[in-house]
Design a protein around this ligand. Sequence first.
Ligand code: 2NL
Length: 496
Amino acid sequence: MSDIAQLESEILASLAAATDEAALEAVRVAALGRSGSISGLLRTLGSMSPDERKEQGPRINGLKDRVTEAIAARKAVLAEAALEQRLNTETLDVTLPVREPPAETGRIHPISQVTDELTAIFADMGFAVAEGPDIETDDYNFTKLNFPEGHPAREMHDTFFFNPKPDGSRLLLRTHTSPVQIRTMLSQKPPIRVIIPGRTYRCDSDQTHTPMFHQVEGLVIDKSAHLGHLKWILEEFCKAFFEVEQVKMRFRPSFFPFTEPSMEVDIQCCRDKGEIRFGEGEDWLEILGCGMVHPNVMRNCGLDPDEYQGFAWGMGIDRVAMLKYGMPDLRAFFEADVRWLAHYGFRPLDFPTLAGGLSGDTSTPAMAHTPARTHTPARTQTPAGTRTSARTQTPVSTQTGSRAMTKDRLKDTIEQALRKTIGAAVESADIAEGVDHDGEPALFVTVLYRPGTDTVDQAAALKAVRDRLLETGEKRFPYMNHHYPDDLPADDGAAA
Ligand code: 2NL
């Protein structure tokens, strides 16, 4: 073999042995680089005689061309293999769940949630929302509301006063939201229908009182607004807010300087082992105060009590929030403890609406096919420490309460639903109760299929179980696990 043929077969062998771009480049430099073997041969042409050059020139140049071509071909092969390798290894698993965005991990404070709920209910009845300053004048907080100068009622309010101004007047932190109603009556002509949710302040702090708390007041002024209207509004409110079909209410005579007559309102409830349920039972619970707006208050706001009349009510937001969602300690509302908020807080973007059931939730993927809830059973007050579901806000204890089925009945119900849809394939179903990755109470259903079962419509099976459970009032999501007996290891008891 000539030197050139020898060199060529050596280069082609090392090309074939080059398995990556770096090795390929090393072969190229060794052959065609400045001091490469082929470049060396090309340089020898200069010192040859014309005849010799005529003979060797085409051979050396032919070698250079073939090697150049072979390098390019090998490069293409390696590039293709590298791409293939990347395609095989760099997969993007589109089935991975996306990370929770911040909007999913933050929580709405129960006070904000309950304020939104109240607002949704009254907005549905045609009420507007009014707001006003937390720092008020003595005049708007007391005088215009028919509190006589020096009257003990002013002291009963435990007012936070600012230092007096040179003219002797003093500002204060509003002790109720009523000054906003005064501002509304002074600035608007009847008919007036407003609610005023907001912060209020009293110098009082113990187990059941915090120096800052929340109130919602309502005001209706018209030519013939009367107590019948008030009673209807409050009844509709209580049913919607506590999400019960019926509620009995009791109006007791009372006294407020700004209403005449004045009443306190109790709602019927059932107290049972530290729990409170509304819409049933023989006990009564005070929830608000109300009355016809006092003629003096009307006159103080430039309204003629012979032309207009109206009613008003006031209620503690913190108190009704505690009652509805079973939060036992008022002080926790204001401690800004994120663990408490993660426990009792509400999911953002689940804005309360009447159609959505106020505290219901149809927006999370796992619950996407749950019909919007219009009415839920009575809320119960849960004892201290009971977990509340962040998604449904239903105290967990009520989900397995008297309405809930026993585990055996659940198992039967699920098996029946499965047999109706996928029939003979089902051997048995087993259930376990637990919580899912969101911490939501869930059912884990393991379906065991008959030997020889090929494939079943798992989506249809899930839907059948889900629909049937919803009919029975079961709210926990059934996560399904499908077992074909041939999949099970022999010692698993699968033969049994
Ligand atoms: C309670 C009682 C009430 C009002 C507030 C009101 C406001 C104006 C005129 C007349 Cl401007 N009344 N508000 C009326 C009755 C009761 O609150 O126990 N709140 C927690």
